[in-house]
Structure formats: structure tokens, C-alpha cells
Design a protein around this ligand. Sequence first.
Ligand code: MN
Ligand code: MN
Length: 396
Amino acid sequence: MTEKNNRSNMESVPHPIDGDKGATDVGPRDVVRDKQNPDMFISPRTDSGTVDNLKFSFSDTHRRMEHGGWSREVTIRELPVSDTLAAVNMRLTPGGVRELHWHKEAEWAYMLDGRARITAIDGKGRSFIDDVEEGDLWYFPSGIPHSIVGLEEGAEFILVFDDGRFSENSTFSISDWFAHTPKDVLAKNFGVNESAFDHIPDGERYMYQGKVPGPIESEKPHDLNEPVPNPFSFKLLEETPIKTNGGQVRIADSNNFKASTTIASALVEVEPGGVRELHWHPNEAEWQYYIQGEARMTVFGAEGHARTFNYREGDVGYVPFMFGHYVENTGDEPLIFLEMFRSDHFDDISLNQWMSQTPPEFVKEHLHVDDDFMNKALHNDKRPNVKYKYSGYRGD
Ligand code: MN
Ligand code: MN
């Protein structure tokens, strides 16, 4: 039975029967999820061996509910294979505040919806205040204090941290510090009377409902220091995408987004019928966030190990370091996802390009392929106008 037959069988209540293998599934079962995961329900016969779980949906996480918004996270606790990166999905209401705080891990963000105002200072006291909107990124280096406020539209974003062990529930918050410092010390530190602190919160606020801020110029402190030399925000959608015959990609790493020294990212769009071609990354494991559409990915882990996963909107995916993989659009709409790396740069190696740069007779000898394959399939996409080397996509 072919993959396509598997998928069309998903119309009714499917059973895990693949030709002469398998048997009916009389339950208990979750038919909705079975149908969402056709390549896990009946794996391609090329799958083999034990591979770590490489998928976790934000729909399966605990949501922290607060005045002013909510947050939920996928960390090494939810997806144990992901020791490099962790993520938080957060929504802020108009005027919703993620309070002034800092943490050990660097924080990268992609704005999914709405607008927000972000603030920070760096270790030399240089200032940063900016308004961000859908498609914008930010990056706060390790230890840099920052805040986020939803503007008139509110805001939703995905935060990515450069350590899988991060938790949004254990950050250093300004209210928490005030609550746990003797008031006579606070008075001495700020040169005021202790009564100034009669009404401070008695613990961490984390998030709260505040007022929608006014125009950015009207709200800046009067004695603002010089700005940080490399802005902590970045307009990803203003980057010219690298277009291929099956989709496009925008890359942001420390080459163009100078501040982002520990996290590299690619916003990938694959057209229906297209596939992000077979490749691997020589620098780091890949962490993924699926923004739109449906996909399947098979990872190849050497020693005959391979496993296929299905992904959809709101899923986190992962590719262990060096594992070969493709990402295929299996839906009817463009597939949009983030490829993220704990690295200062994006890098990948295309199987196709590798083969095209190897003596042809040698390739034929390895794989028992003929001249027809060599002529049709292999071509070197040099893309001299492209700043980054990036493997292409293959459409149908
Ligand atoms: Mn933070
Ligand atoms: Mn990849």
C-alpha cells in the first residue's frame, strides 16, 4: 500500500492495516489524533529502529493563566530530546504586561500577531525601546533585563531560549526582588524613606493587566542613554526571501541580525506539493515551530534508523544533531515553519548539491543510478545573488 493510499483511507475511521501487516484497532483510541498523524498511524515501510520522540504540541501543555494574558512552554521537560532550545508561546492583552525581568538564557522571539512594546538595557547602560509587529524578531542576550507590553491590538509571540532547561516560571523579576529585599536596604539604595515601599507587591507579579502605552516617543525616559549599538529587534519580513521552485526562506542570524549571537533562524515556506529537500545541518540540532499547514518529516539517524512524524500548526519538532531530514508539505495550503539553531549562523548541506559536486561515475557506482538520473536530478544551484548558501526545495 502506498503512502497516498494511507492518507485517503483517513477519510473514514482508519485501521492500522498496511497490506498484509497490522490489524484492526478496536480502541481505546483517539480517532481525531489518529487521522492527524497518518504517517505515524501507519509508518512508511522505510521507517526502522528506535528514534527519540521528536514532536510535542503546544496543545498538550499547561497554560499559565494570568491577568493580562497567558503563557505555555515546551522545554526539555515536555520534549526530552531538546536540550539545545526551549520555547514559550505567550499572549498579552492590550496593555497586558510581562513584567521587567531577566534570566540566564538568551531570548529570541518571533511576533505571530498584533503589536508589542519591548524595553531593555545592555551591560553598559545603553538603552533599547521599540515597538514590534507581526513578523518582527527580537533577541535579548543572556542576563539583559527586558519587558514586553501588548499595544492596542494585543500581541502573541513565540519565545525561543538557548537552553532546553529554561522555564518561564523561574526568571528574575523586579517585583520578586523588591519583595525579598529588606525595606531599610531599599530605602538606603534609592535614597528615600522606607514609606516609599509601603505598597510594593508582596511577591512576583510575572504578568499583569496594565494600561495600553501611548506613542513611543511620549513614553521614553527624559534622560535616555545612547542606544545599544546593535538593535535587539529585527524586521525579518523586510529581508528579501530566497526563492526556489517549491517555496522560499528568510534567514536571520548574526550576519544580518547582529545582536542574535547564539540563535540562528529560518522562516521557511513550502508550497503545496513541495518539499524542503533532503539535507542536514553541520553546526547544530534543529528545533522547529510549525506556524501554518501540515507536514511530514522523516529523520535519518544512521545504522538504519529512521522515523517519520506528522506536524501541524502549533507543533514543536526537533532534528537531533547531524540527522538527515526532509520536510514535506502534505496539506493544501502553504506550509510555514521556523527552523531554529543554537548557533551564531545558519548552515546546511544539501544532499543534491553534495552529489552534484562529486565525480558522477563515483555517485553512479555508489547508488546504482543511471545517466538519466544524473542529468535530470542533480544540478548545482550556485545562486550567486544569494548571500547565504541555502539548499533549495523541490516541487512536484
Ligand atoms: Mn524574558
Ligand atoms: Mn533542516
